[in-house]
Write a protein that binds this ligand. Structure first.
Ligand SMILES: Cc1cc2nc3c(=O)[nH]c(=O)nc-3n(C[C@H](O)[C@H](O)[C@H](O)COP(=O)(O)OP(=O)(O)OC[C@H]3O[C@@H](n4cnc5c(N)ncnc54)[C@H](O)[C@@H]3O)c2cc1C
Length: 812
């Protein structure tokens, strides 16, 4: 028995790499922290990891976080005196066919965008770095010299030692049994050795996290999955500085270990481990080997490394690791319970992420917000579908199986679908809809015409939906389009203080007369954009808030937690109460007028207003707003009337060229109009002024709001980056993350990319950065190129919308 402290401001549950790294960083900040481990440090999943440390991800900030791990691992041994096994031998990634080679070249460009030096290699150059592989099927390879490998247990113990040296308590053999909560406030934990009072709890309990968090009503969608690798005896001629190797076309990875090889992989038919609880006494425990299951991976590996045929197998490892439905780990404060933080679900890259994830989580715990935008990993990216364990298991099974398959542009998941359906789902399906999925919702991406294959066919070239999206886009620009956007998240904020509360939370002035619709950002203290949405004043004491499908949990949480203490305003999620049909295009008014008695003239129903109008017997909340740059209304329809209104609109619209349209047409049209997408073009790392949205901020009004001081300071001092639009020749295919060069110097990357069907050009949006400050003149005076799949291509830059219907102007 150890002497338990009576209290500790922060308690971490779990002594794997994530808990130890979080303890290390919290202690270094001088905070009082105690880590409680059920058994021994590393005894969960960490002790049996293979130890590859790669860095490149599709998000700049997750890549930065992994880069932080590398920087930390480089110096940790010198700092703590505890070995880490860190070796920076670089990482190789192979391509065995033309499409994979395109993917690898695009990944190398992404690396350049994010400041990593990734080289493209010929098969022979790759062989020179990895001389025991067969290269007859290789098309090319990419090499990232700063990738490496570590000994997972040693690095964890080194972090634990560093944490102790900085003042953290680390207590082993001390299982946390329950959390004490008094009227919604965490007050302590009960452990096998007694009670400890605390203010904040950080749950880094690996695969135990889902069940543990559920005891306090927190949902953590993860599934333990069996993951296997083998370790060979020494292989003659194997260099000690062998880079790690990823061979995605053969689903396998490798690293050098004491003169032999570690070889593991991602089978397409993973084995989900157990259905709920983890057996008692499960520590330093491995699972039974599944040789039959590993056999296909072994076959693939033999084709790459013939020496495996004769190499002795020293050990086979099968261990459970937590995987998540989208392949990304889970960080942050739980939306369900204040001061309960989560760091779990590391999808077999917890060693690579450990250093950075622990740093980010520690900052989140200490300061109440992430050090930078971590949306791809944020616990608030989940929502309703992620409560059901069967749904999670089905989607995680798919995500694991796709670990090394091609990550196609626009690729959708196929598992656990259809789940959330708009009332119009069957009608749209019959009309040729090809659906995508977001937060469980089925959403029409595009509509196949009779005779066209109603299915996505993925490629890195122009996809099969290109011409269908062109049709829908053109209808939106020339006649009218109808889009089912029922998946929008919708909230009401109601109460005597609703206006005052929202004035504090929103950057725009929301104290406008009932019937006004306001586009606004919601900012953090640094003026970073936490939400980007519309609010409609329904009544003196009520607002109707609409935001993107994927932001339902996040935005609800942000608004709810920012309602000033003591104010009387209730936030309620009413998403399921309304279907939404967006009627957009120059004919929108004529079509809508044909089905309603309401006066839709511009004087009676101007832009940025809302009215309840009658359509075919239904009371419809009509919002005059657009995300595609055309005249139009979002029609928010009580769900049970959705069919009736849809039928009435189509019947009236037929004579006016109304067509069904999907989300891919919206994307093409909003890029032309320069509308920003939260999570891509804007987010907590970007301020309104940087994003060109300063006009929407009520700075001059003198009204206080969160983030105001930072907006004012930036307005006075100027910005160091500005969001711009770029166009490239129609044959250049942009997806986002392509590198931006200004006068030959790398200045940023595309946050969005796509094709503008009115312009007939490829379009990107991205920030132009310059440490000494950026002005519109600076942006517009440069000569620009985009790096696309390793090639630099000319492009044009613009700070204004590329397409403007009112001025009938199209800029090339
Ligand atoms: C076969 C295999 C190979 C892998 N290879 C790699 C690789 O090459 N590179 C890489 O980056 N990653 C790899 N990983 C992934 C990596 O091992 C994990 O992501 C990482 O170890 C997860 O660390 P953790 O701290 O989240 O979990 P864990 O190490 O499981 O730590 C959680 C801890 O919480 C403790 N705990 C649980 N409940 C309680 C409680 N109630 N009270 C107190 N303590 C509790 C547990 O005992 C455990 O020690 C691999 C994983 C496997 C299985």
């Amino acid at each position: 028995m150890t002497d338990l402290p009576g209290t500790s401001k922060i308690i971490i549950i779990g002594g794997g790499i994530i808990g130890c790294s979080t303890a290390y960083h919290l202690a270094k900040m001088g905070l009082e922290v105690t880590l409680l481990e059920r058994k021994k440090l590393t005894s969960g999943t960490t002790f049996h990891a293979a130890g590859l440390v790669g860095q490149l991800r599709t998000s700049a900030n997750i890549t930065q976080l992994l880069g932080y791990s590398v920087d930390l691992y480089k110096r940790l041994e010198a700092e703590t005196g505890q070995a880490t096994g860190w070796k920076m031998n670089g990482g190789l990634r192979l391509a065995c066919n033309a499409e994979r080679w395109t993917e690898v070249k695009r990944q190398a460009t992404t690396a350049h965008s994010f400041g990593l030096d990734m080289h493209l290699l010929t098969p022979q150059e790759a062989f020179d770095l990895w001389p025991i592989m067969a290269i007859d099927d290789l098309v090319g390879a990419a090499f990232l010299p700063t990738d490496g490998q570590a000994n997972p247990s040693d690095i964890t113990l080194s972090l634990a030692k560093g944490a102790r040296m900085a003042g953290a308590h680390i207590i082993e053999d001390c299982k946390v049994l329950s959390v004490e909560i008094d009227r919604g406030i965490i007050t302590g934990v009960v452990t096998e050795q007694g009670r400890i009072g605390c203010e904040k709890l950080v749950c880094c309990a690996g695969q135990w996290t889902r069940n543990f968090a559920a005891t306090v009503g927190v949902n953590v969608p993860l599934v333990p999955v069996e993951h296997q690798y083998l370790i060979t005896e020494r292989i003659e001629g194997l260099p000690a500085n062998l880079p790690t190797l990823r061979d995605p076309d053969r689903l396998t990875y490798y690293k050098e270990e004491v003169g032999g090889l570690v070889m593991g992989g991602y089978e397409p038919n993973p084995i989900l481990w157990r259905d709920g609880t983890i057996p008692q006494g499960f520590h330093y425990t491995l699972l039974e080997n599944r040789l039959d299951h590993f056999e296909p991976l072994m076959e693939l590996a033999l084709g790459r490394v013939p020496a495996l045929e004769t190499a002795g197998i020293k050990q086979m490892i099968n261990g459970p690791e937590s995987f998540t439905p989208d392949g990304m780990f889970i960080l942050g404060e739980a939306p369900e319970l204040r001061n309960f933080f989560v760091g779990a679900g590391f999808n077999a890259f917890g060693i690579a992420s450990g250093g950075g994830a622990g740093m980010a989580l520690a900052e989140w715990v200490a300061k109440g917000e992430a050090p930078f935008d971590l949306w791809p990993a944020d616990i608030r990216r989940f929502g309703r579908p992620h409560f059901d364990t069967d749904w999670i298991r089905a989607r995680t099974y798919e995500a694991y199986g796709k670990h090394y398959t091609m990550a196609w542009p626009g690729e959708e998941h196929h598992s656990a679908r259809p789940s959330r359906r708009s009332p119009l789902y069957d009608t749209l399906l019959a009309a040729g809809a090809v659906f995508g999925e977001k937060l469980g919702w089925e959403r029409p991406n595009w509509f196949a015409a009779p005779g066209e294959l109603a299915q996505d066919v993925y490629t890195y070239q122009r996809p099969n939906w290109h011409s269908a999206v062109a049709r829908e886009h053109q209808a939106g620009r020339r006649t009218a389009m109808l889009i089912d956007q029922s998946s929008f998240a919708k909230f009401t904020l109601k109460g005597p203080d609703a206006c005052a509360a929202l004035q504090w939370i929103a950057a725009a002035n929301v104290d406008r007369p009932a019937g006004s619709l306001i586009y606004t950002q919601m900012l953090n203290d640094k003026a970073g954009i936490e939400c980007d949405l519309t609010v409609t004043r329904i009544a003196e004491d009520e607002y109707y808030i609409t935001t993107g499908t994927g932001f339902a949990t996040h935005d609800f949480d942000w608004i709810a937690r920012n309602i000033p203490a003591g104010m009387n305003a209730q936030l309620v999620d009413v998403t399921s109460g309304y279907a939404v049909l967006s009627l957009m295009g120059p004919e929108a008014r004529r079509i809508l007028q044909a089905v309603t008695r309401a006066d839709l003239s511009n004087t009676a129903f101007p832009f940025a207003t809302a009215r309840t109008i009658g359509i075919a017997g239904a009371p419809v909340r009509a919002l005059r707003v657009t995300y595609v740059g055309e005249l139009g209304w979002e029609l928010h329809i009580p769900t049970e009337y959705a069919h009736t209104v849809y039928a009435a609109l189509h019947s009236a619209g037929a004579a006016h060229g109304l067509v069904n349209a999907g989300y891919r047409a919206i994307e093409s049209m909003r890029l032309e109009k320069g509308y920003r997408a939260w999570g891509a073009d804007i987010g907590p790392d970007h301020t309104p002024d940087e994003a060109g949205l300063g006009w929407a901020v009520k700075l001059k009004s003198g009204i206080p709001f969160r983030g105001r001081a930072s907006v004012a300071a930036q307005r006075a001092n100027g910005v160091k980056k500005l969001l711009a639009s770029f166009t490239a020749a129609p044959g250049v295919i942009l997806y986002g993350r392509e590198t931006i060069y200004r006068d030959g110097v790398r200045v940023g990357w595309l946050s969005s990319g796509g094709y503008g069907h009115t312009l007939g050009l490829s379009i990107g949006m991205g920030y132009v950065r310059h440490a000494a400050g950026v002005t519109p003149d600076h942006v517009l005076s440069g000569q620009y190129e985009l790096e696309v799949a390793g090639e630099r291509l000319p492009c044009t830059v613009s700070l204004s919308p590329l397409y403007d219907p009112h001025m009938a102007r199209v800029k090339g």
